[in-house]
Write a protein that binds this ligand. Sequence first.
Ligand SMILES: [Zn+2]
Length: 111
Amino acid sequence: MRLIDLSPELLQYHTEGFRTFHRHVDTLSEANGVRFLCPRWFKDNGGPVGTHSIICWDPSVPQIARPGPGRWSMVGTGLHDLSLVAGSSSVLLTDGCRWHGFVENGLVRDA
Ligand SMILES: [Zn+2]
């Protein structure tokens, strides 16, 4: 499955005093996170309706930011070729649907 079919959005995390925000940005160089639809629910639901989102932050985002504790470096030039890279590189949701998989070169696959 291609990441771009999961309605991905690049996110920028920032803080103002004690308040934290994230906003949509257009380029990978501005982003320190990505949000995309859960590939498991997308398949089970036959599309985006009712499908929850997954957010992955890069290591520049403090550990107080949810979700955590996983952090991934965002490698590539954009959403079409994005890889999420970490020690094991896999993304594991530790609650909810417990999807476990990889984002590599713009493709999403189950672990
Ligand atoms: Zn899910």
